[in-house]
Write a protein that binds this ligand. Structure first.
Ligand SMILES: [Zn+2]
Length: 547
């Protein structure tokens, strides 16, 4: 009997590769912890992939016995996630920023000046454009003025964007180029100090300097986008919802797709402009391989940091000021009607409680025509508690960026006061209303590292593990909800849930094998991709697996 058993096993081993392992596939991934993030939140060991699709998932034995593959990857117990999707990022803006003076994490106005001076000296720049400063990192609550900038650069025009992209500090040399500088502007603010422009332009006021800024070379932008793509793939990010592009930028993305150098799935939202509206009317829902355009981004208000967020009541730290309404109600209604007509999605940037209320009520129109419209509110940052219900009533998709909650926690109460903070950055409440939440990083305004966003959503803390007990911890998401917020839910938010976002039979084999274990933890620990796959193709390789 024993002899028979041994003979049988040997016989089986010989036969296995040729007859029992009948089905031929391209790739088998095994010895893994595959987080399917499907409805049942299954975790499996193995999956088989053919023609870029997942054809079976299950235990190692089942998959290994059934399939023959060109490539087997032994994951050595590593965690596998569906490809991460960043529901709100700005590749184009980041690309431009890479070509500009970098002012991120400047610790003082003086540091900003030093960096600007070096930048000019190194590149012999006749025009200085920079971005990334944040006066709250200098211990200042109020926005700066341009006096020191004027002293240092009396004859070189300078334009420096705030980290949130909703304010700019410009010097007098540049301001003087604007003929007849107005005192007020719709949807923006030109800050004056004692009747003299301070150099701060908020929201629409920034458009005044646009005609004088040097133009970027599209090839330089493309090169920068590909660098950004490498950064994203290294974190396992396989999709980005590009939150607002101009008409010229559509062409840049199309070219990169045509050259097959853009590997990410890009879901781009059009900024509201005449040529973009023409594009939407001409093309309708537009799919060009991995580039999809079927939505508009609409700016309703500014940012809380620069007091541009539109509030129902005065700012706690500025009496008689309630922020800036960037789009008029008429403009919003027009764009909303066009989107309904074209079956486009509308994604409105709303920070303040008043901006959110305006849009929550505006979206009632689309809900009446189409229940499953998936129109989004980007940020949904400050909500009047009585307005939360409207998210479920009109099926409005909240799209939020948890790292903003942590970054803003240092000063948000100053702007809003304690009471309004109860409805701010209230991600759990939003999730309870709609049942899904799309999570984004808002890079380059914040880091593009998705693991930081997942940690912030789950623990309500930043990279430095502060605040100690988590900011408004009662609004944290569970670990699993956080993961879904960067995988399957953003795919719902882009009408892609049947193609990708979870590990399920029939879906694209778009996934990441992670370098480190993926577990809930109270202290931040970074993670990276070991391998990133898009449609069954390896698009990024970290380093060799160590067994
Ligand atoms: Zn954004």
């Amino acid at each position: 009997m024993k002899f028979f058993a041994i003979t049988f096993i040997l016989f089986s081993l010989v036969l296995l590769p040729s007859c029992m392992k009948g089905k031929k596939v391209d790739l088998v991934l095994h010895n893994a912890r595959i987080h399917c993030l499907d409805d049942g939140n299954h975790i499996v060991q193995a999956m088989a992939i053919k023609n870029g699709k997942i054809i079976e998932t299950g235990p190692d034995r089942q998959i290994m016995n059934k399939y023959q593959a060109d490539e087997f990857i032994d994951c050595a117990g590593k965690d596998v996630l569906p490809g991460i999707t960043d529901a709100h990022g700005h590749m184009l803006y980041y690309a431009k920023q890479k070509l500009r003076l970098d002012l991120n994490s400047c610790k003082s106005y003086e540091e900003l000046l030093v960096r600007a001076e070096k930048y000019q000296e190194n590149g012999n720049k006749k025009f200085i454009v920079g971005a990334g400063w944040d006066q709250s990192l200098w211990g200042e609550n109020d926005l700066p003025n341009n006096k020191k900038l004027n002293a240092l650069f009396p004859s070189t025009p300078v334009c420096l964007y705030r980290v949130d992209g909703h304010a700019a500090l410009v010097n007098d040399c540049l301001l003087k180029k604007i003929k007849n500088l107005p005192t007020t502007i719709d949807g923006g603010k030109i800050v004056y100090e004692n009747d003299i422009p301070s150099g701060i332009l908020i929201d629409n006021a920034m458009n005044l300097v646009d005609p004088y800024l040097p133009k970027n070379n599209p090839n330089e932008i493309k090169k920068a986008i590909l660098e950004i793509q490498e950064e994203l793939l290294a974190y396992g990010v396989t999709g980005v919802h590009e939150a607002g592009i101009s008409y010229d930028e559509i062409k840049i993305l199309q070219d990169l797709v045509d050259q097959e150098s853009l590997k990410l799935n890009v879901y781009a939202m059009l900024l509201d402009a005449k040529n973009n509206r023409d594009f939407a009317v001409k093309h309708g829902i537009y799919h060009h391989k991995n580039l999809t355009i079927r939505s508009f981004k609409m700016f309703v208000d500014g940012a809380l940091g620069s007091r541009g967020a539109l509030l129902k009541h005065d700012y706690e730290d500025q009496l008689n000021h309630r922020g800036v309404q960037i789009s008029s109600l008429k403009e919003m209604q027009d764009l909303s009607s066009l989107c309904i007509q074209l079956n486009y999605q509308l994604n409105a940037h709303c920070i303040g409680d008043s901006a959110n209320a305006l849009v929550l009520n505006l979206y009632r129109n689309v809900f009446e025509v189409k229940k499953d419209h998936r129109w989004r509110i980007e940020h949904a940052q400050v909500i009047d508690p009585k307005d939360f219900l409207l998210f479920s009533e009109y099926a409005i998709f909240p799209s939020v960026q948890p790292i903003h909650a942590i970054d803003d926690s240092k000063w948000a109460e100053k702007r809003l006061g304690r009471k309004r903070l109860n409805g701010a950055y209230a991600y759990r409440s939003l999730l309870e209303q709609f049942g899904m939440l799309a999570l984004g990083t808002d890079f380059p305004i914040a880091s593009l590292n998705p693991f930081l966003t997942l940690f912030a959503a789950n623990q309500r803390k930043g990279k430095d593990n502060l605040p100690l007990n988590g900011f408004e911890i009662n609004q944290s998401l569970s670990f699993e909800q956080s993961l879904k917020g960067m995988t399957i839910w953003p795919c719902f938010a882009a009408f892609d849930e049947n193609k990708r976002g979870s590990i399920e039979i029939g879906k694209e084999a778009t996934f990441v094998v992670l370098k480190k274990h993926l577990v809930e933890q109270s202290e931040f620990s970074d993670n990276f991709s070991f391998f990133t796959f898009i449609k069954g193709k390896k698009v990024y390789s970290g380093e060799e697996l160590s067994y």
